[in-house]
Design a protein around this ligand. Structure first.
Ligand SMILES: [Zn+2]
Length: 195
């Protein structure tokens, strides 16, 4: 849980006070770290309200349940983020083309170096050309690396979704009968499954 107003985490606390019916009892709530003045030299950067733990936990649980009931929602969100990182297109085709270009650049650098060593071109001609080739090589290598990372992200996404679906199928029927500890265990495991 992160505070929308200031970005600090919320943390759980217990307190004693009047609850429904006027009797005194212990109750839990979550509070934004940013509202604790003593943590920030006396001046709290945030004045967001605390939230009763039963309300907040129910909201979190409803999110987890929705996820367990429809793991494809998680998949859709991951895909949306992946698409933001790269504009889609024919990644595999692009990778083949880039590999060829990188190979060509390396050969070109080799030939240029030979020409320099053999005295065909002098230092003044050699240096700017090798620098230009190096720069292009670095650019292409970075593009190639990005393609590899996108492919890996796509693969690990498929794994996560598969695990999530298995997990959801296993726990689905029990969701209505869970007690507090059972609920907490499901949330922990759901977090672990999605990494
Ligand atoms: Zn805050």
């Amino acid at each position: 849980m992160v505070c929308r107003r200031c970005g600090y985490a919320f943390y759980g606390k217990m307190a004693r006070g009047r609850v429904g019916g006027g009797r005194t009892a212990a109750y839990g709530y979550y509070r934004c770290l940013g509202t604790d003045g003593h943590r920030f030299g006396g001046v709290a950067p945030c004045d967001n309200r605390s939230v009763r733990s039963d309300c907040l936990e129910l909201a979190v649980w409803n999110e987890i349940r929705a996820l367990l009931e429809d793991p494809q929602r998680l998949a859709a969100e991951y895909r949306r983020r992946l698409n933001e990182l790269h504009q889609g297109g024919d990644d595999r085709g692009q990778a083949v083309v880039l590999d060829r270009q990188i190979e060509g650049l390396r050969r070109g650098m080799g030939r240029l170096l030979d020409s320099y060593v053999e005295g065909v071109i002098d230092r003044d001609a050699f240096q700017p050309r090798i620098a230009g080739l190096k720069e292009r090589l670095a650019r292409m290598t970075a593009q190639r690396q990005a393609l590899t990372e996108a492919a890996e992200a796509e693969r690990s996404l498929a794994l996560v979704i598969g695990r999530m679906e298995d997990f959801a199928a296993k726990v689905h029927r029990r969701l209505d009968e869970l007690d507090w500890l059972g609920t907490r265990e499901i949330i922990r495991r759901a977090m672990a499954e999605t990494g």
